[in-house]
Design a protein around this ligand. Structure first.
Ligand code: MN
Length: 228
């Protein structure tokens, strides 16, 4: 059956050391996964009630690309995060088997229209316009777990114009990667191509036109870009 117009090419990410691409199915994100960031946002950490939200797959922006300052905000914020890429999925995945579904790891920014998020929070409204806008998910090349293993500890940092803005170790995450996968899989049937942004540490702050950012996850992945 023909389509009435040509479907868009699937969103995809680069894979370190490979010509193959990682086709993106969905982007899941967890909020409040580092205690100091939850505190700076005035939020409490509730292990019984993790915060999940989504971004569209085509919000991905490749390493090195310019990112247009988004419309409808006066307060674009950076959130540097480790990103987990799945090569298989399922429902009701156990923590013990969760890492079998992980293809690899990268570093990304969960770009946020903080002013719109504040309004949404105050009114009990959805976060989509704050989180799921165009170009809202810059992402490094993904490094395959078969090469690098499954990092339990790695520096996660973000510099803007050469100044350190965010710095932590992924060992500080409240929900671990296996826990996040298990929890998400009780809400959604996870699929090959899903990405999970695993939460940001303290130090979130504004990005303005002309800012150059450099995010790193240990020696695993790095991401550069410029706000234009
Ligand atoms: Mn985030």
């Amino acid at each position: 059956m023909p389509y009435v117009f040509a479907p868009a090419a699937p969103a995809s990410a680069a894979i370190g050391g490979s010509q193959a691409r990682f086709a993106v199915h969905r982007i899941y994100c967890i909020g409040r996964n580092y205690a100091e960031h939850a505190a700076e946002m005035g939020a409490s950490v509730d292990r019984g009630n993790p915060v999940f939200f989504c971004k569209p797959a085509d919000a991905i922006v490749a390493d090195g690309a310019d990112i247009p300052y988004p419309p409808a905000t006066q307060e674009l914020h950076h959130e540097v995060e480790m990103v987990v890429a799945l090569h298989s999925g399922g429902a009701d995945i156990s923590e013990q088997r969760a890492l079998e579904h992980v293809f690899g790891y990268g570093v990304g920014l969960d770009l946020t229209r903080r002013d719109l998020q504040a309004v949404a929070k105050a009114k009990g409204m959805p976060w989509d316009s704050a989180k799921a806008f165009d170009h809202a998910a810059p992402l490094s090349a993904i490094r395959a777990a078969v090469e690098i293993g499954h990092p339990q500890s790695a520096a996660l940092t973000l510099e803007v114009n050469g100044q350190m803005r965010q710095s932590t170790d992924i060992a500080q995450m409240i929900f671990s990667v296996p826990e996040i996968i298990a929890l998400l899989s009780r809400l959604f049937e996870l699929k090959a191509g899903d990405l999970i942004f695993t939460g940001t540490p303290a130090g979130v702050g504004p990005l303005v036109r002309g800012d150059r950012f450099h995010a790193r996850l240990g020696d695993i992945a790095e991401l550069r870009g410029c706000i234009v």
